[in-house]
Design a protein around this ligand. Structure first.
Ligand code: PLP
Length: 426
């Protein structure tokens, strides 16, 4: 295709400017993008339109766990696209059942439903626990307990569980009776859960909330409270699951089993696919016609997801996540020990964070200039969701970049403090 290197109104401009200007004119303004347009990727690297290379330590917000342009994924997409991309859920396809079997065997849960995104996995799981609640205790059994600081998606049901005012603002009233409690507060948990609770919803590691893991004691208490009150324990593993903790499911890392687990992001290696898995008993609350989707579990996404799991196993990527993740943790901890403004390392494997005592936005733009990509949550938390292909040498590049930025920012912060005290002393 001939590219138009001209501004919509004015004269010649760069490809980057052209892309930005067009988006600004025609897209709904929902995204505050970083000043970078990317054209292609290979392994753990992305490339912009000038051919500059960037180490990807964010994996498309947790999606590209196998990096970019993995040859096996490319091959399987080509092959399947030439056969059939989409078949409606009116018919059987070759791969949906195989993928359900794979996920059920990996998780020890018994039934799967496929959606197209994380938020839809949450919506489906919410409908399921509502239906099960109705069966168990009538309409009254429809209350949900969720956590402050959580993030479960942007659709109205998922938003109703999201315990962060910045995402909810402007959209009230949200559906459902949801009670929010503090993460890791067992007393609040036990006070909130009752016989009217149909579900407790927890991210084992809060992602958007700033990479904040739940404690094992809290997860165990949630398991017990759910069982005691005949409610479902839902884990949202959309960000922290599918290998990021070094185990296939985050719940396997924590050793506490939910009744429902929600998945998305990496499972189809970049194609849109979400899922929730559920016990046989809870799954019985759903029957034909109660839930569905046009695209979910189509043959292309399902086959690619099967390839994703085959690659994880055959290339021993979970072992790599454990090994390189431990190295990453230690290196981040060194930064905390060395720099005053580096407050805390959090997370495990390929889901980690460095909390700063200062705003972290400059650390994203500074890193882009150094050829490294990560992002920021909660203003002062640098978040890392690297691909599982990441090796120690890539971590070294990231740490070197962090060190440079920490040094410069700490120097600036100290100079500003000195100037402030000089003014105060006058
Ligand atoms: N749940 C969690 C924990 C997430 O991190 C996200 C997305 O970041 C979602 C749900 C929503 O997923 P999606 O953006 O695919 O709708």
């Amino acid at each position: 295709m001939e590219r138009n290197f001209y501004s919509i109104q004015d004269g010649p401009m760069s490809t980057y400017q052209e892309i930005v200007e067009r988006e600004q004119q025609f897209l709904l303004g929902t995204y505050a993008r970083y000043p970078l347009a990317l054209q292609r990727g290979k392994g753990v690297y992305l490339f912009d339109f000038e051919g500059n290379k960037y180490l990807d330590m964010l994996s498309g917000l947790g999606v590209n766990a196998l990096g970019h342009a993995h040859p096996r994924i490319v091959k399987v997409i080509r092959d399947q696209a030439a056969k059939v991309i989409h078949l409606s859920n009116l018919y059987y396809n070759e791969y949906q059942g195989l993928l359900a079997e794979k996920l059920c065997k990996l998780s020890g849960l018994q039934r799967a439903f496929f959606s197209n995104s994380g938020t839809e996995a949450i919506e489906g799981a919410l409908k399921l626990v509502r239906a099960a609640g109705h069966d168990r205790g009538g309409e009254a059994k429809s209350k949900v307990v969720a956590l402050d600081g959580s993030f479960h998606g942007r659709t109205l049901g998922a938003l109703s569980l999201t315990g962060q005012p910045k995402y909810r603002k402007n959209f009230d009233p949200l559906p459902g009776a949801v009670q929010f409690i503090d993460r890791n507060d067992i007393e609040q948990l036990n006070a909130a859960v009752s016989d009217e609770t149909c579900a407790i919803v927890i991210e084992p590691i809060q992602g958007e909330g700033g990479i904040r893991p739940a404690s094992v004691e809290f997860l165990k208490a949630a398991r017990e409270a759910a069982t005691r009150h005949n409610a479902a324990l839902i884990f949202d593993e959309i960000q922290c699951g599918m290998g990021r903790t070094g185990t296939m499911f985050a719940f396997q890392y924590f050793g506490v089993k939910p009744d429902v687990v929600c998945l998305a992001k990496p499972i189809a290696a970049g194609l849109p696919l979400g899922a929730f898995l559920v016990t046989e008993e809870l799954g019985a609350a759903m029957s034909a016609g109660k839930h569905g989707t046009t695209f979910g579990g189509g043959p292309l996404a399902s086959r690619v997801a099967l390839e994703y799991f085959a690659i994880l196993e055959e290339e021993h990527r979970l072992e790599q996540v454990q090994r390189v993740g431990a190295y990453f943790t230690a290196e981040l901890q060194n930064l905390v020990d060395k720099f005053e403004i580096a407050v805390e390392q959090r997370g495990v494997g390929m889901i980690q964070a460095l909390e700063l005592s200062v705003p972290a936005k400059g650390f994203v733009e500074g890193a882009i200039a150094e050829g490294v990509l990560w992002n920021v949550t909660q203003e002062n938390v640098i978040r890392f969701l690297p691909p599982f292909l990441t090796e120690e040498k890539h971590i070294d590049k990231g740490i070197k970049t962090l060190k440079k930025l920490l040094k410069a920012t700490q120097k600036e912060a100290k100079a500003a403090k000195k100037a402030e005290s000089a003014v105060a002393a006058q």
